[in-house]
Design a binder for this molecule. Structure first.
Ligand SMILES: Nc1ncnc2c1ncn2[C@@H]1O[C@H](COP(=O)(O)OP(=O)(O)OP(=O)(O)O)[C@@H](O)[C@H]1O
Ligand SMILES: [Mg+2]
Length: 276
């Protein structure tokens, strides 16, 4: 995977980075249960400031994907509100970029056209510029050579990276990412973490990112929210406070990184034990 010397948004500056301000978001007094299921959230409260990088951790089944779906407006709270920029969350929000836990690519479109799709829908760029931008984002995720491949010709990790490129290409003011790097090998995952932070520093979007990887969480986040057993909601929150820009090697040796890792391991063990 080759890293870019400039994030695509800067390389494509003639088209301008996202003209939208970063989004604020809030879940307020949210109660939610899936139809026929048990309660996932009771009186959940969570807010993020514009431009904040929020990471969600928590055991399997605690409600991380459900929380993202509430923020995206794919699900509606039974009680309470989910809002983005002060308006009820809705999948039609122009601010929204979503990377699903299971990458959902269009089987009838090439990797390039999958990435181009959102740009085409936004209608802000001419076809040649859409193509150039889609290629920039494929390069960002290390897949410029796979532009012409169909989804069935891609590995699981490649599909995940195409899905990430597709969500990033329209430069959304709000990026919701559900374990986007879970299928990547360790080296690619580290590179993608650095690339994502570089892009975020350039575009300043609000990010809510789900992971099971504690070190990834600390490396990326401004704030980490640990969810407990459903419907417990938030078990604890930590401000990361590590200096930026972050580089994996230096950051992962920082004494605060090591202290946060121990603290999180302890808290997550506690949350997980309470599930047993
Ligand atoms: N469509 C659905 N219908 C009924 N129950 C559901 C549905 N989707 C999720 N659930 C339930 O809601 C709870 C939270 O699920 P969710 O997918 O949000 O967990 P998660 O934290 O994302 O887990 P993982 O880390 O495994 O992805 C679980 O108990 C799950 O069984
Ligand atoms: Mg999930």
């Amino acid at each position: 995977m080759s890293a870019l010397s400039d994030p695509p948004a800067l390389a494509g500056a003639a088209n301008g980075p996202s003209s939208r301000a970063a989004a604020s978001l809030a879940l307020d007094g949210v109660h939610f249960r899936h139809p026929g299921g048990r309660a996932v959230f009771r009186d959940l409260r969570l807010a993020a400031d514009p431009g904040e990088f929020l990471v969600l951790l928590g055991p399997s089944g605690c409600g991380k994907s459900t929380l993202l779906n509430l923020l995206a407006g794919f699900l509606a709270p039974d009680i309470g509100t989910a809002s983005v920029n002060g308006h009820a969350a809705s999948p039609e929000m122009p601010e929204l970029g979503y990377v699903f836990q299971q990458p959902q690519l269009f089987a009838w479109l090439s990797a390039l056209d999958n990435v181009r799709f959102g740009l085409k829908m936004a209608g802000r760029l001419a076809p040649a510029a859409q193509r150039a931008k889609a290629l920039d984002y494929l390069r960002l995720v290390g897949l410029e050579d796979a532009a012409g491949l169909w989804p069935h010709q891609l590995s699981g990790g490649m599909r995940q990276r195409v899905a990430l490129a597709r969500a990033l290409a329209p430069e959304p003011a709000l990026l919701l990412a559900d374990e986007p790097f879970a299928a990547l090998d360790a080296i690619s995952r580290r590179r993608m973490n650095e690339e994502l932070l570089r892009l975020w520093a350039a575009l300043g979007q609000t990010v809510v990112f789900v992971t099971h990887d504690i070190e990834e969480a600390i490396f990326l986040a401004d704030r980490i929210v640990v969810l407990g057993r459903a419907p417990a909601g938030i078990a604890c929150e930590l401000r990361v406070g590590l200096p930026r820009p972050r580089r994996l090697l230096e950051t992962s040796r920082h004494p605060r990184f090591l202290a946060l890792r121990d603290q999180l391991l302890e808290r997550i063990a506690h949350v997980t034990e309470s599930l047993a």
